[in-house]
Structure formats: C-alpha cells, structure tokens
Design a protein around this ligand. Structure first.
Ligand SMILES: [Zn+2]
Length: 416
C-alpha cells in the first residue's frame, strides 16, 4: 500500500501553539508551568479539550500522564506512543514545553481526518514532570516501571511538598506503580523536540535524527576542613575546605578537556560554611555533573572525577565525602526508528543529520522499554530554558510533517 501524501495543517497548529503559550505566560515572553502547578493542570485541561475536539479517547493513568488515543482498526492492536510534556522550567521558553505534544496532536488529527485506519493505536501522551520540578522524568519512569518513590538521590529534599502536590493533582503516591505498562502492548515511542543546541542551525539542516542521549551522573561532594581564625592561623596549618574545592573545580575541568574531550562537566553550586570574612571555611559542598555519550568513557570519567576529589582533598588535608545523586545511563535510539525518521525527511525533501542529544528526555527512559525514536528541530542560537527560546515556524511545520510520515511508516511496517 503506498503511503498517503498527507500534510499537517500548519495554521491550526500555530493557533494551538499561541493558545497554549498563554497558560503560565511570563512578562518576558516565556512560560512558567512547573509540574503539578495550577498552570500545568490548566494546560492539561486545555490539552484534554483538544483531544476531545479531535475525537480522541481521553485517558489518564496513576502517574498523571494524560493521553489522547486514536484507536486502531483491530481491537487488540499494539500502541504507538507519541510523547511530549506540558511542564516547563521556571520562566522557560514556549517551545520546549509544547512542541512534542502539539506536533503529535496535529499529526494524529491529520491521520484521523483522512479516515485512515492503522494497524496500531496512536496514543499521544503528556508525561508528568519531565523537567524534574519534583522528580525528573517522573511520568515516563512510572510508565516503564522504573520509578521508585524513594530514589531521587536527594537526601536533603523533603518529600512532603511533593506528596502534597501529587495529591492535589489527584495522584496517590501508593498507586503510582499502576501506571506501569506491559511492553508487549507497545509498538514504539516517538517524540519531537527542539534541539536546545545550535548544531542544526550551524549546519543549515532542517531535521535532527537523534541517535542517542548522553548518560549523566551527578555528585554531591563535601570537602570538610577546620574552621579557624583567619588572622592567627598560619597558612601552612590551615585546613581550608574552599581552597580544596576551588582547586578541585579547576583541575576537574582541565582533566575533562584534556582526557575526555567528548564529555561535558558542570560544577553548578558551592555552599561554603561558616561563610565569613574572618573564618577559614570549614566545609564546602559542591555539586558536580558530567555527561558522555559513550558508556565506557562515562564510567572512566566517573572514576577519574571521584579519584581526583580524593587526591585534592588529601593534598589540602581535608576529609571528603562523595554521594552520587543521579546516574542516568546512556540511551540509544532504535536503528529502525532512526532509519524511518531519515526516510520520512528524505521523502519530504528535507535535509537531515544524525545528532546526539546532550539534554535528557523521556525518550531516554523509554528507549530501554520499547523501540524509540526522536526528531529534533532547530533552536535559534541554541537557546533553551529561557524566554528567548525560539524555533522558526517553518521548522515546526516541517518537523510535524516528518513526525506524521514517521508515524505512517512505523504503522505500515508494523506486524500485528
Ligand atoms: Zn523538553
């Protein structure tokens, strides 16, 4: 059967985009729709209305994931999930938190209006708390069954407010496990997202075909020294926690640049105590994050970063404690999905290139559960998680058409 020459309705999708951008709109032109906030719940209600307008079956699960479903021709068909998220970071952009779902909605509406009966159910799904306001990738973790309520690795966080937010959104913590789906019922997962970098823009490409998502490991490191009078304690006798931490930061970046050129490192925060002009710092608490696309190199980098912390601590006569907070494994997109997205782009006369994602996505979790593919569209200047985040609308339209034709190809190639 030849594939139908469908195209999405770009102006209808743009009207939806503008509507949705009102919900949680900020003065700077961005949006704040933190997961489980009033704005997030309002956006979900808006999306549920759009699902109903499109004649889709509206459904939610015990983790608050919201779905709109176009049923297959057969009753026991498997389901192709097409995902995204409505939640944003504080004062984020309008594209990150909307394009996945808006392009999925438009693609499925187009298929539905054409009267096509596919051998798979098409399920558009809004995942709860992708951004990690409470716990990152919460909804996709719940769906794939890798969610564990107590393993956010952040022993300093009070779970009370999270539980309260869950309850307010109608999610009962004890029932979250019920959101787990059987992978045998799933035909695959697709997601369109902005690139959040500027490789497509620099290469003059229309579409990024994601091949993998970097693994990410984070640490809380505490350098412990001794508080003392900063005037009367000789330099050689000091146990200065901040000097140790500062030396660590400098040397860690140097090491990554020299030995792990494909990795990225971030030291995002240092908290120094007691924190006064005239007291030698007793304690410096440092947050460290590293990312790499290669599993083995990431393990080597992890070992190198923790070894270096121990070395620097002993050189400065400090005690060190290292707590690993997050360990997100490297994810690979499925070869079939990569090939199908590339073929759909070629078919539409678009220029595509393979890309690694340096940012985390629900696809990262789901790639271990079902065959997964991701489509990137260009981000102006690579800007993301800021109100100035922008993607030219023609790229959104092109991406939606690639998603549409990817769905058709995946469905056609699907053996029930
Ligand atoms: Zn996102």
């Amino acid at each position: 059967m030849p594939l139908p020459e469908l195209r999405v309705d770009s102006s209808r999708m743009l009207a939806d985009f503008n509507d949705l951008a009102f919900i949680g709109a900020t003065e700077q032109g961005g949006v704040s729709r933190l997961a489980l906030s009033n704005e997030d719940l309002q956006a979900r209600a808006w999306l549920a209305d759009r699902f109903m307008d499109a004649g889709l079956i509206v459904q939610d699960d015990d983790a608050g994931n919201l779905s709109g479903i176009l049923p297959a021709s057969e009753p026991n068909a498997r389901t192709l999930l097409i995902g995204g998220h409505l939640d944003s970071v504080p004062n984020g952009g309008r594209y990150d938190c909307s394009l996945g779902l808006l392009t999925a909605l438009e693609a499925v509406r187009t298929i539905s209006e054409a009267g096509l009966k596919l051998p798979v159910n098409l399920e558009i799904i809004d995942f709860t708390d992708e951004e990690g306001c409470w716990q990152s990738l919460f909804g996709s973790r719940a769906l794939t069954g890798v969610f564990a309520y107590s393993t956010n690795g952040d022993e300093e966080r009070d779970e009370g407010p999270f539980r309260a937010a869950l309850f307010r959104a109608g999610i009962h913590p004890g029932d979250i496990y019920r959101a787990r789906r059987d992978p045998a019922t799933i035909a695959g997962y697709l997601e369109l997202h902005i690139e959040q970098g500027h490789r497509l823009e620099q290469a003059g490409m229309d579409i990024g075909v994601v091949t993998g998502i970097v693994g990410r490991t984070t640490y809380r490191m505490t350098f412990q020294g001794q508080a003392a009078h900063s005037g009367t304690t000789p330099t050689a006798e000091r146990r200065d926690a901040l000097r140790g931490a500062a030396s660590y930061i400098t040397r860690a970046f140097q090491m990554v640049e020299e030995q792990f050129p494909k990795a990225v490192l971030n030291c995002g925060n240092v908290i120094v105590e007691p924190g006064a002009f005239n007291i030698i710092p007793a304690r410096a608490r440092l947050t460290v994050e590293c990312r790499h696309i290669d599993r083995e190199r990431l393990s080597l980098l992890e070992a190198a970063l923790t070894d270096l912390a121990k070395t620097v601590a002993s050189e400065h006569r400090l005690d060190i404690s290292i707590h690993q907070a997050v360990n997100m494994p490297v994810a690979h997109m499925h070869d079939t999905m990569i090939e199908v997205i590339r073929a759909a782009s070629d078919h539409l006369g678009l220029q595509s290139m393979p890309l690694i994602s340096y940012a985390g996505h629900d696809a990262q979790i789901i790639s271990g559960f079902t065959r997964t593919g991701m489509i990137f569209v260009p981000s102006l200047g690579g800007r993301s998680h800021t109100p100035s985040e922008h993607t030219e609308w023609r790229y959104v339209e092109q991406g939606a058409n690639v998603l549409l034709h990817t769905i058709l190809r995946v469905a056609q190639g699907h053996k029930p």
